[in-house]
Structures are given as structure tokens and as C-alpha cells.
Design a protein around this ligand. Structure first.
Ligand code: PAJ
Length: 282
């Protein structure tokens, strides 16, 4: 595995890979890798001749009071994990390399960027879209792999790729969960043993909503109420949002359709956790 820090070198290496006609898969991450990230790497390995992974804790997508400084960084361990999976290239730039002094260009996916996480984290999706657009331009992958875990991120990035005529196929992979249902996340590292248990309320609320749909409930307002009540039963949880939306427009749905996105965000202690499911009503 080659580890590269400079944009210029990364461009040269990726061009060399694709010039020979090899398909290049790309998995952007912020590191502190877990099985969720690794599932994306495996999907890329299965679908593409060469795979590039990036690890970059992107300051632009963190709000001023968020966890940028605390965000777990474990480059050596991550690098070993990627090496074991036979990743071809690891791109690990510094903040100065990605955002040289004087940079003032941003990618703003209007409207969508203000929905779900974007409504409680102003500027978050501008930071995500900007860094991913830059990474895409550096790597120019044939396919880029993202997790369904960040459903709003997927909607924003799909829109960006379409609007900016980018030549990359977005591949979305299912949420990887712990045995007890908790969606894997680098931020789970913030939870102590008690909070780790309390955090199960997110997946429990989603499963309850899915169950109610199976029983025939089709009113999104009623389903949101039910999900919200489950979260309220856990006093340690502070709800950010519980919504049922169209997965592409992120607009709240007035009736339940196949593929409706049920998304939740809640704080457990200082950790802001998210989770979601796609409904498949019979
Ligand atoms: P990060 O949170 O490190 O996640 C990197 C990728 O892993 C994202 O596509 C995310 O959806 C996916 N992922 C995280 N947890 C997952 C899980 N439990 N199951 C499946 N996939 C999971 O998302 C980001 O970084 C950043 O916003 C980034 C796109 C890298 C831009 O900075």
C-alpha cells in the first residue's frame, strides 16, 4: 500500500492507475476505522481493480462547538487495517495540504444541505460537499463508496455529482451494526459502558417504527410520534430529530411509500449519534 500526503502526488498515482484501464474505487473516510468503513473497502475491492482510501478529519464539516479536536485519530492502526485488506493507495493529507491559505471556494448543495443533520449542524454539508468534490477531483475514481448510515450525506452527494456532471458512480452500502443493533460509528468511542447501553434506544425506536408499519400503520405523523416516544423513554437521550422523508429530496412524506427513509439523531451524553432504516411496506 502506498501512503500519500500530497494532492499532486495522489493525482499522479491515481491517473497512472486509471490510464492503464483499471477501474478505481474510492472510499473517503475520517479514520478511526471500524467494520462499517471496512465494509466499504471490501465492496470497492470486489467491484474495482484498484482501491484508494482517504483519511482526513475535515475541519470544514465541524461546527465551532463540535468535536473536531476530540475526534479520534489513530493513523497507525488504521493504516495497518487497510494494508491487511490490500488497499492500493491511502491518501492522508494534512489540513494545510487540503486547504492552503487563501482558499475561498465552497460547494453548496442548496436546500438539501439544510435538511436532517444539516438543519442542526449549519455548514456541515457545505464542508462535506466541498471536501468530497476536492477528493473526487484528486482521485477521479470510477466508483465511490458511501455508507447508508449517513443517509442525508448520500442524498447531498448524489445531488452534487448530478448537478456538477461529475463522472463518478456513487455506490451506497448497508449500515453495519454491532450484534445488539447499535450502528457502528467512530463516535461510539465517546460512550462509557452505561451510555453504550442507552445508545441502543436509537435502533430500538427505528425497529419499533418498522414493526408498526408491518402491522399496517401508514400515517407518517403517527409513526414519527411512536418513534419519538420510544426515544423519550430513555431519559439519557436528547432527541435532535426523528423524521420520515423521501431519501432523495429529504422532504417529509405525507404517506408511507416503499423506500421511505426513517432517520433519527440523538445525543447520548456529548455524543451525537445517528441511525436510519429504509421502510419496505408490503
Ligand atoms: P466517516 O464518518 O469516517 O465515514 C466514512 C464512510 O463510512 C461514510 O460513507 C459513512 O457513511 C460510512 N460509515 C460509517 N459508519 C458506517 C456503518 N456503521 N455502516 C456502513 N457505513 C458506515 O462520512 C464521513 O466520514 C465524512 O463525512 C466524509 C464523507 C469522509 C467527508 O469528510
Amino acid at each position: 500500500m502506498r501512503t500519500i500526503q500530497s494532492v499532486a502526488e495522489m493525482k499522479a498515482v491515481c491517473r497512472e492507475i486509471t490510464r492503464g484501464g483499471n477501474t478505481l474505487g474510492f472510499v473517503p473516510t475520517m479514520g478511526a476505522l471500524h467494520e462499517g468503513h471496512l465494509s466499504l473497502v471490501r465492496a470497492s475491492k470486489a467491484q474495482c481493480r484498484a482501491t484508494a482510501v482517504s483519511i482526513f478529519v475535515n475541519p470544514l464539516q465541524f461546527g465551532p462547538t463540535e468535536d473536531l479536536d476530540k475526534y479520534p485519530r489513530m493513523m497507525e492502526r488504521d493504516s495497518k487495517l487497510l494494508e491487511e485488506l490490500n488497499v492500493d493507495v491511502l491518501f492522508a493529507p494534512t489540513v494545510g495540504e487540503m486547504y492552503p491559505p487563501g482558499a475561498t471556494t465552497y460547494v453548496e448543495v442548496a436546500d438539501l444541505s439544510g435538511k436532517l443533520d444539516g438543519s442542526s449542524r449549519p455548514g456541515h454539508f457545505r464542508g462535506v460537499a466541498t471536501v468530497v468534490a476536492k477528493l473526487f477531483e484528486t482521485v477521479r475514481p470510477d466508483r465511490a463508496f458511501f455508507g447508508q448510515k449517513d443517509a442525508a450525506q448520500v442524498a447531498v452527494l448524489r445531488r452534487m455529482v448530478c448537478d456538477l456532471d461529475m463522472d463518478v458512480e456513487i455506490v451506497v452500502c448497508p449500515i453495519v451494526r454491532e450484534k445488539d443493533g447499535l450502528a457502528m460509528s467512530s463516535r461510539n468511542a465517546y460512550l462509557n459502558a452505561e451510555q453504550r447501553q442507552q445508545a441502543l434506544v436509537l435502533s430500538r425506536a427505528l425497529m419499533r417504527v418498522s414493526h408498526e408499519v408491518d402491522l399496517g400503520e401508514r400515517d407518517p405523523r403517527r409513526l414519527v410520534e411512536i418513534g419519538t416516544c420510544v426515544i423519550a423513554e430513555e431519559p439519557a437521550a436528547r432527541l435532535d430529530y426523528f423524521e420520515i422523508v423521501d431519501p432523495a429530496s429529504l422532504q417529509p412524506l405525507s404517506e408511507i411509500s416503499r423506500g421511505a427513509l426513517v432517520a433519527v439523531a440523538a445525543f447520548i451524553g456529548n455524543a451525537r449519534l445517528i441511525d436510519n432504516i429504509l421502510l419496505a411496506p408490503r
